[in-house]
Write a protein that binds this ligand. Structure first.
Ligand code: SAM
Ligand code: SF4
Ligand code: F3S
Length: 444
């Protein structure tokens, strides 16, 4: 490989969950601190970094199509360096470099903090880089200094990485490693810095936030951490994701009624309405226990909006199991739901189960589930028509530049006319129309 020059312009393409969005932001901050500039057009870049997701086959395939696109750019510009990071990088490691000879480096999920080092090593040696060590309980953000810029109202903050739950369908424990909580001192400092730059809302991220601090002596537990964030001046809204239903404690449910900054929304993935399937998924709760937790949440905070994830077509799922899933979503009445067709993932136990479901059946079950939830979500959104809501303004709306967009405390997107309302303002808005995925209102 030709020796690389220090990159001047970099482009980051991010796939996957909020944690990848956060990771990409942190990498961008480090590269900017090193004198590089972030560009929006990959053709302008001399470094392209693709942050990847392998939770299902479809997102995993995205990295290969992206690599195909960027390969053409490299033909035009041989000085271009291309790196792949995140969960596919962790999963495939050296295999990705073997498969794509034009790829320069891969960076695993716990090696993000080494990006500068990997780039420098490549510059010195002219060799390709591969850093995918997943061992140990190390904090991957330790070596990533924080330097966020002003101009935004909301921010993600990763509080922990990894997962020890090993749900039988899920690749995350294999690509994000064991649970590691970040030191609370670092987190609280990071949130204070964000606040001083104008951030009003933070979303605390982890694959399983309820386990925060459990393995580290002297660290607060998750509810205590929320209480500490609540004390930070300037932060007006706190959210978190994702909370595992089996670990949702009565104290956390009660915190929704007690902590004024904690927004009235929780994402609580049910995955299936059938106890037989939940057991095969190794989820650690029954449908009845899940319903009990929902009841506790609604008791503590009647306004709370509850969203969920569901998987259809898990190995061995029969028509009766599927009916139970449909009954569960009718009964629980989630505010919104993300639904997925089961997808085989390497290393997982479910990938070895013999009784796989055909794609046609999965698609039919998905459509049935989505039709029911569409009606429920629309009814729930309709109930907001005529009501006054508080919207934290995040910027211009996607569809119309003269409109502003933001979210209610219950995490509903609201668009309204009001060009002059600045980012970071709390606007009082009357909801006029409910749509499937957003509300439209007028500024009061
Ligand atoms: N940690 C979160 C939890 O425990 O619910 C979820 C993490 S996962 C990144 C997001 C969602 O992807 C899951 O809730 C699940 O519904 C879905 N998912 C994960 N593995 C899947 C698979 N093999 N096939 C289909 N959907 C999957
Ligand atoms: Fe995956 Fe289960 Fe961990 Fe969530 S709790 S990341 S679904 S193994
Ligand atoms: Fe995907 Fe990794 Fe997130 S597999 S969903 S990017 S933790």
């Amino acid at each position: 490989m030709k020796k690389m020059m220090t990159p001047r312009n970099f482009f980051i393409q991010t796939f996957g969950c909020q944690m990848n969005v956060y990771d990409s932001e942190r990498i961008a901050q480090v590269l900017c601190a090193g004198g590089c500039r972030q560009v929006n057009d990959p053709a302008q870049a001399d470094l392209i970094f693709i942050n990847t997701c392998s939770v299902r086959e479809k997102p995993e395939q995205k990295v290969y199509s992206a690599l195909g696109r960027f390969r053409r750019l490299k033909k035009k510009n041989p000085n271009l360096r291309i790196g792949v990071g995140g969960c596919v990088a962790q999963q495939e490691g050296q295999g990705l470099l073997d498969r794509a000879p034009f790829l320069d480096f891969v960076l695993g999920t716990k090696e993000l903090g080494r990006i500068q080092e990997v780039l420098e090593d490549m510059e010195k040696s002219g060799a390709r880089g591969c850093a995918v060590d997943l061992r140990g309980r190390i904090d991957p953000y330790e070596r990533l200094p924080l330097s966020p810029g002003p101009g935004r109202a909301t921010s993600f903050v990763s509080i922990m990485q990894g997962c020890d739950n090993f749900c039988s369908f899920c690749i995350v424990p294999f690509v994000r490693g064991r649970e590691v909580s970040r030191p609370s001192k670092d987190l609280l400092e990071e949130i204070s810095i964000l606040s001083s730059q104008g951030v009003k809302e933070v979303t605390l991220l982890g694959q399983n936030v309820n386990s925060y601090g459990k393995r580290t002596a002297g660290e607060p537990g998750f509810v205590e951490l929320l209480e500490k964030v609540q004390e930070i001046p300037g932060i007006e809204r706190i959210r978190f994701t994702t909370s595992h239903p089996k670990d949702l404690s009565p104290e956390l449910a009660e915190a929704f009624g007690r902590l004024p900054k904690l927004c009235e929304h929780i994402h609580l993935p049910l995955q299936s309405g059938s106890n037989r399937i939940l057991e095969r998924m190794n989820r650690g709760y029954t449908r009845e226990e899940f319903e009990e937790k929902v009841l506790n949440l609604r008791r503590a905070c009647p306004e709370i909006s509850i969203t969920t994830d569901m998987i259809v077509g898990f190995p061995g799922e029969d028509d009766q199991d599927h009916r139970e899933t449909l009954q569960a979503i009718e009964k629980i009445q989630f505010d919104d739901l993300f639904s997925f067709r089961y997808s085989d993932r390497p290393h997982t136990r479910a990938s070895l189960f013999p009784d796989k479901i055909g794609e046609e059946v999965k698609q039919r079950r998905l459509s049935e589930l989505q039709a029911i939830q569409k009606r429920i979500t629309e009814d729930k959104n309709k109930a907001w028509e005529g009501r006054e809501v508080e919207v934290l303004v995040e910027g211009p709306s996607k569809a119309r530049a003269q409109e502003r967009t933001g979210r209610t405390r219950t995490n509903r997107i609201v668009n309204f006319s009001g060009e002059s309302v600045p980012v970071g303002a709390f606007a009082k808005v009357r909801v006029r129309h409910a749509f499937a995925h957003s509300l439209k209102g007028e500024l009061l």
